[in-house]
Design a protein around this ligand. Sequence first.
Ligand code: AMP
Ligand code: MN
Ligand code: MN
Length: 324
Amino acid sequence: MNNNLDLLMDQAADLINKYDNIYICSHVQPDGDNIGSTLALYMAICKIKDKVNVIKVDEIPSDFLFLPNSQVFQEYSTEMPVDLFIALDSSDIERLGPGKSLLKKAKKIINIDHHVTNDNFGDVNIVLPSASATGEIVYSFIKHMNIEIDKDIATCLYTAISTDTGRFMYSNTTYETHLIASDLLNTGLDLNLVNIHLYQNRSIERTRLFLEALYNMELYLDDQIGIATVTQEMLSKHNAKLEDTEGIVSFIRDTDTIEVACLLKEISEKEIKVSLRSKKSVDVSTIALKFGGGGHIRAAGCTIYDAIDNVKNIVLEEIQKSFR
Ligand code: AMP
Ligand code: MN
Ligand code: MN
């Protein structure tokens, strides 16, 4: 670990020791990395402080309710007195949704993240794009604070890392990632149970939504680009939720000819969430950035406020440009 990182972790630990009203806030549409990192840091800080507050700004997907302490997430309220605000896995303050107003009230902000597009909005910014998941950084930070990583903390961190690396398969997976995973497994966490909850737990509704979205996938540029859509109509038809779209875009990317996979999710009539994935050559984070979003080279996203057909056209055009 380099000196600068040690210094940043010292500064973050000092803030945690100093302040009482500590808030850890999830991002909008929270994923495994965000939720796992949040719960792990919550449990770690609970070992040295009387109280830590954990805020959700969107519902926690049912996939992650098996995690220890998943019930600690509270709804955000404007009354909350914030001294220290901790953001995990959030590249900018817009990712915090209404949590942004808590951040604005805070005396100090700690920003721990791994997105290349992170804009360093904190007073202390521990931003490491080389980390496969925010969970990796949180692991190092908990170690740095000399707090024991018990089985429950390990379960949350393992979930964070496993989900953000596509089960240790994506190109963000490193030697370090595996060392950390090995140390987490050494706590005796129930790997089979974690894997069943994360990957062998798909509802029939989700399966049907997957099938319709994939069946109607459109291909462009000699089948190098695949685009699928999930509309509100499809969600109600299959009695599925927005969180049930998880995995569709990576499934498209796994097609042999595909370099860029795109999923358009209709949140409402004129609000479309775009998910982008690439395989080898295209940097999708720059595409997402053009629309005010962000992410990583191989996984990025943005929200565009327009009708779904218009969004498809403008996003497709940008994707096609990225091949030139
Ligand atoms: P998703 O497609 O939602 O799974 O997101 C893929 C990656 O892009 C994740 O690392 C997200 O954190 C990031 N991302 C998604 N949407 C946005 C956004 N609107 N702004 C910044 N980053 C985003
Ligand atoms: Mn995330
Ligand atoms: Mn992440």
